[in-house]
Design a protein around this ligand. Sequence first.
Ligand code: HEC
Length: 97
Amino acid sequence: MKKVILAVFTIVTLLAVGCHSSIKVGDTSYKKSDAKAGLAIYDVGGKCTKCHKPKPVDSFTPERWTGILSKMIPKAKLDDHEASLVTAYVMTHAKKG
Ligand code: HEC
């Protein structure tokens, strides 16, 4: 019985680790789970849609996004954690440079 529990535990752990896979953009790796959480802030969360509709993320390259985010993150008053999630979302969905 203990072996079965251990086996199940091992499988669940491996699956959980698998979900934390990351996407590399330039020299930076972003967690897929962060990108997903970032979408919620970017879009339905309303933080980036207070002043305008959500802009198509793939209209801008990662280089453009770096400049845009440095203006928009303060506008949206995101805290550091929210900022990192939104950054992960836009960078992993940006136009391929
Ligand atoms: C307080 C109002 C406000 C909030 C909140 C806001 N924006 Fe903006 N955004 C603007 C204005 C005004 C412009 C157009 C002028 C400019 O580019 O500065 C703009 C333009 C943009 C553009 C187009 C830039 C370009 O060069 O065409 C993008 C992309 C964008 N915002 C993304 C975001 C994201 C992502 C967030 C959330 C982190 C956000 N905005 C939150 C006011 C806001």
